[in-house]
Design a protein. Structure first.
Lengths: 334, 270
């Protein structure tokens, strides 16, 4: 937005800033446009060079790369379906667990919580978002996985069903999903909090002045106004889950299997790259890992773009709202 | 400066009667935003079934004052108030008083129109009732009646299902007035209700205020002297967070006793 405004000022502005102001304006415009262009080039360059490395694999495996799940570097058999499956399953479970809690936290921070708690809780959320993911991974491997093995998974196994059975080792899809959920929580909570805060105060006050409780106001005006932005926050969280590497690699179990059981070990796109790349044996192995990277790149870019567009649109608010701004003095004339 | 009421009282029986008939009153009401004091010990009666206008230069605390009356002031982060506000002789700041109930009895129309933008015109009108859990027997008749009171019915009668945000600014403001009246509050607070309206709609609102005074106690904040003189029975002049003068409207606009009031109404400052 800013970039566009800088590089093409409206006609009236251009006329009014002749002389020094005009040239400064043009200079900043050029710098802005250059920077934006450079970023675009970097993005395209990275994608292109990864694609070049991946080319031998793309040529050799074709479509079967994304439709089969056999992955055996020793025989040069590469099918990435299990990684895509693992990434999607862990990300969705993580979202399903994190979103309700994150929205609860966001609403506590903007509307429902006592004011004196809002600031400390807000800082806590920011702090959690800033912890490096490898720390979460370490914690998950040392604390979460044993806890799952000894307590949680035996209890779930008693519930039964295809999701909760199989080997109980602690490390697996469930453990990876849980640590992801914990990592997404602060991201989704803090973005949602910002989106909810951006809802105009007049809207909330209009509801409150009619005798709405804070919860009524939230339901009636705040959520309808902010829902696009909140959805964007969820997508942003999803992008983060898909791209998360270290924490997942530590606990996911690292086996390229597609199994309905959440206790079973799995694999994700990012963690297979991290685990196998340092010791990649053949050129085709490297190329196949690069192709997994390319897939991941496309998916995360798509989700991030979608999320940011939604959040930004929601921040702008309902366009009609602005027309409603009072015209000062109109009432004086009578 | 809050001796205005004392001074009124000193004038004799007429004023005693006036105070006895106060629907609401502020007693030594002070208000702050953080460290900044916006109101300084305001004592002011709001007489039942009369229109009280509040005038004063921008930033003198008019909005803050009426927001203290229905406990909307405390909604702002860091805002607080001391003193008291009485409604029918009972404090609205009592420990056992739910602000939600106060706001249902003391309705408010804001400076900036704020209908629920995604709700239909009809649902906007009915929103307050639904929040209170009231299900009126004949909603269509009620919607027509209150929109008629707010001088909006003719313009929206064919657009009741359009979103409230799709109306013009002036129509939105009248929708907000209708939304407020639908709850039949006892007191109606209006913060510059005409600042987004054209002269015709302004005249309609003033007429409406005239008609409503038989049933409601009304407080109008306005920047227009003419409007205050036309619609109000009593007028209070605020300056820098203080109540400078309070009296019958005709007294304020013909022979104010404080020189600052005179300067303001004659346009010498503010
Ligand atoms: N949300 C806020 N935070 C901090 N200070 C505020 C806030 N709202 C108002 N104030 C301050 O309180 C004082 C009184 O403001 P208020 O809105 O009551 O004035 P007003 O008389 O209604 O003005 P206007 O005629 O411009 O609407 C002003 O000095 C203003 O700067
Ligand atoms: Mg104001």
């Amino acid at each position: 937005m800013t970039q566009r405004a800088l590089s093409t000022p409206p006609r009236s502005l251009r006329l009014s800033v002749e002389g020094n102001g005009g040239s400064a304006d043009r200079t900043f415009g050029a710098i802005g446009a250059g920077a934006a262009g450079a970023l675009g080039l970097v993005l395209i360059g990275v994608a292109a060079s990864v694609a070049r490395v991946a080319w031998p694999s793309i040529e050799a495996t074709g479509l079967s790369f994304v439709t089969t799940s056999a992955w055996d570097p020793s025989r040069d058999v590469y099918g990435a379906l299990a990684f895509a499956y693992g990434t999607l399953v862990t990300s969705f479970i993580a979202l399903a667990l994190a979103v309700p809690v994150a929205l609860g936290v966001a609403v506590f921070l903007t509307d429902l919580g006592p004011r004196r708690f809002q600031r400390p809780v807000s800082s806590l959320v920011e702090l959690l978002a800033a912890v490096p993911s490898v720390v979460y991974g370490l914690w998950a491997a040392l604390v979460l996985a044993p806890l799952l093995r000894t307590t949680v998974q035996p209890a779930l196994a008693r519930v039964g069903g295809p999701l909760f059975r199989g080997p109980n080792v602690g490390f697996g899809v469930l453990c990876a999903s849980l640590v992801l959920a914990i990592m997404l929580l602060p991201t989704i909570a803090s973005v949602s909090r910002d989106v909810l805060r951006a809802v105009p105060a007049e809207l909330r006050e209009g509801a409150l002045a009619l005798g709405a409780t804070p919860w009524d106001a939230l339901r009636l005006v705040v959520f309808p106004h902010a829902r696009r932005g909140v959805f964007g926050a969820v997508l942003l969280g999803f992008g983060r889950a898909v791209g998360e590497t270290m924490a997942v690699a530590a606990v996911v179990g690292s086996r390229a299997d597609i199994s309905p059981s959440l206790f079973a070990p799995g694999y994700t796109m990012s963690s297979v790259i991290a685990n196998e790349f340092p010791a990649a044996s053949s050129e085709l192995h490297v190329a196949a890992l690069a192709e997994v990277g390319l897939l991941l790149f496309v998916v995360t870019v798509a989700f991030n773009v979608a999320a940011r567009v939604l959040v930004a649109r929601s921040r702008e608010g309902a366009p009609r709202w602005r027309e409603a701004a009072p015209r000062p003095g109109a009432g004086e004339a009578a | 400066m809050n001796d205005s009421v004392d001074r009124l009282r000193a004038r004799g029986a007429r004023v005693e009667a006036v105070e006895a008939s106060a629907k609401m009153s502020a007693a030594e009401l002070s208000a702050w935003f953080g460290d900044k004091q916006a109101l300084r010990s305001i004592t002011l009666p709001l007489i039942e079934r009369k229109v009280t206008a509040i005038i004063g230069p921008s930033g003198c605390g008019k909005s803050t004052f009426i927001r203290c009356l229905n406990r909307m002031h405390e909604v702002v982060a860091g805002a607080r108030a001391t003193g008291d506000v009485l409604l029918d002789g009972k404090s609205v700041y009592g420990a056992d008083v739910d602000p939600v109930r106060v706001r249902r009895r003391v309705g408010m129309v804001f400076q900036k129109p704020n209908p629920f933008p995604t709700m239909s015109v009809r649902d906007n009108v009915l929103a307050g009732l639904r929040l209170s859990g009231i299900d009126p027997p004949d909603t269509d008749a009620l919607v027509e009646e209150v929109l008629g009171q707010a001088a909006l019915w003719d313009e929206v009668k064919d657009a009741l299902d359009r979103p409230g945000g799709a109306l013009s600014g002036g129509q939105q403001q009248r929708l907000c007035i209708a939304r407020c009246l639908a709850l039949e509050p006892e007191v109606v607070l209006m913060d510059e209700p005409c600042s987004s309206l054209d002269p015709i709609a302004t005249a309609k609102i003033e007429e409406l205020i005239h008609d409503l005074r038989d049933r409601y106690t009304i407080v109008v904040v306005t920047h227009s002297m003419q409007q205050a003189a036309r619609v109000s029975d009593y007028t209070a002049f605020f300056y820098l967070g203080e109540l400078v003068e309070y009296d019958h409207a005709d007294v304020i606009f013909t022979k104010p006793s404080d020189p600052r009031t005179e300067d303001y109404i004659t346009g010498r400052f503010g």
